[in-house]
Design a protein around this ligand. Structure first.
Ligand SMILES: [Zn+2]
Length: 262
């Protein structure tokens, strides 16, 4: 494929990483600036936190047709109103506020919105076609490194598995996530995430079989060495898994309501 820049990204993609590294944000939030070389207008995905220096740097790459949001977590969206203000009123389009169209054409870029709930109920991915190359912007649905959290109760594991199945159809499409490095094949990563989730579900089922009833008890068994700084996220995920198993068992006729998520 033509049009690749020295950093391996397509010529129409620039990464501006926000200065907010941490256990949940990896190296910081990835703000993606998209513009076909020479085009008048671009688009920005996920302005990130309310950090004036970061937002000014994004604005320096403008003007933008719109500001796109992958989901409503603060490390992705907090800076959006201020960025819009700096830019003189550029619209912010987000699934959560029902302002996001299915498809957008912006100066040589075609943006298609895929609804991929699970990490949160409002999570979307953006498939962007820049003419000679494509990329999938996955937000926190799939990260560039490690695994993501299903933020129960807003996040939902059944929806999440469905979203991963959907993404597994995009063979060899470049993946540009909300945190961590770019990856070559979104479909391969979606399948890895599905395998990981199924293994975790089996572990949670085994923990329940030994008597675990709450998300806390499941975390103690399944994640015995977890970093205390991200334990809350493991509890969200365990609650999502218990909720999933509870419904699954309920539908298959075994007594429902035995499991007590959180
Ligand atoms: Zn998130």
């Amino acid at each position: 494929m033509g049009g690749a820049a020295p950093d391996g990204l397509p010529s129409w993609v620039t990464l501006l990483r926000a200065p907010n590294p941490g256990p949940m944000t990896l190296d910081g939030t990835n703000t993606w600036v998209l513009r076909v070389p020479g085009a008048a207008r671009g688009v920005v995905i996920d302005p990130g936190p309310l950090d004036e220096g970061h937002l000014r740097r994004i604005a320096d790459h403008g003007p933008y047709e719109c500001i796109l949001i992958t989901h409503g977590h603060h490390d992705h969206v907090e800076g959006a109103p201020r960025l819009s203000e700096i830019l003189g009123g550029t619209p912010v389009l987000a699934a959560g506020s029902r302002t996001l169209p299915t498809s957008l054409d912006i100066d040589g870029l075609t943006v298609t919105t895929l609804h991929t709930p699970g990490h949160t109920s409002d999570s979307v991915c953006f498939l962007v076609d820049g003419g000679r190359s494509q990329a999938m912007f996955t937000g926190d649905t799939i990260l560039g490194r490690g695994t993501t959290v299903v933020a129960h109760p807003d996040g939902d594991l059944r929806a999440y598995l469905g979203s991963l199945e959907r993404l597994s159809a995009y063979e060899k499409v470049l993946m540009l996530p909300g945190h961590g490095p770019a990856r070559a094949d979104v479909a391969a990563l979606a399948r890895d995430y599905l395998d990981h989730r199924r293994q975790r579900l089996a572990q949670v089922e085994a923990a329940v079989a030994t008597g675990a009833r709450t998300a806390e008890e499941v975390v103690d068994i399944v994640y015995p060495d977890i970093d205390p700084g991200v334990r809350f996220a493991a509890i969200w995920s365990a609650a999502a898994q218990l909720d999933y198993l509870n419904h699954k068992n309920g539908e298959s006729g075994t007594p429902a309501g035995r499991l007590d998520p959180l």
